[in-house]
Design a protein. Structure first.
Length: 94
């Protein structure tokens, strides 16, 4: 499962702008908020290509960063953060 930067920030207990700032300070993201080293970090981060049609300007393209499942723990290690505690699963309690 992949997460947007906003979803990853929530899991790490941060806001999206704060996560982006920390990632840029550690040179994980470039100025366009895309992975600075897409080949090196491909197991943790990826670039999602998007497109849509605009009535006036035609086909438009966008790119955004996605964080892979294993990337959450990796990001926490890279940024020196502690992951929030996972709540106990109480569904099996009768």
């Amino acid at each position: 499962m992949e997460r947007t930067l906003a979803q990853a920030a929530t899991e790490l207990g941060l806001t999206r702008p704060r996560l982006i700032t920390l990632m840029q300070e550690k040179s994980l993201l470039n100025k366009r908020r895309l992975p600075a080293y897409p080949t090196r970090d491909r197991e943790y981060l990826r670039v999602k290509d998007g497109q849509w049609f605009h009535e006036r300007y035609g086909l438009q393209y966008s790119q955004s960063t996605r964080v892979r499942q294993v990337g959450i723990r990796w990001l926490a290690e890279q940024l020196g953060l502690e992951l929030p505690a996972i709540p106990a699963d109480r569904r099996d309690v009768a």
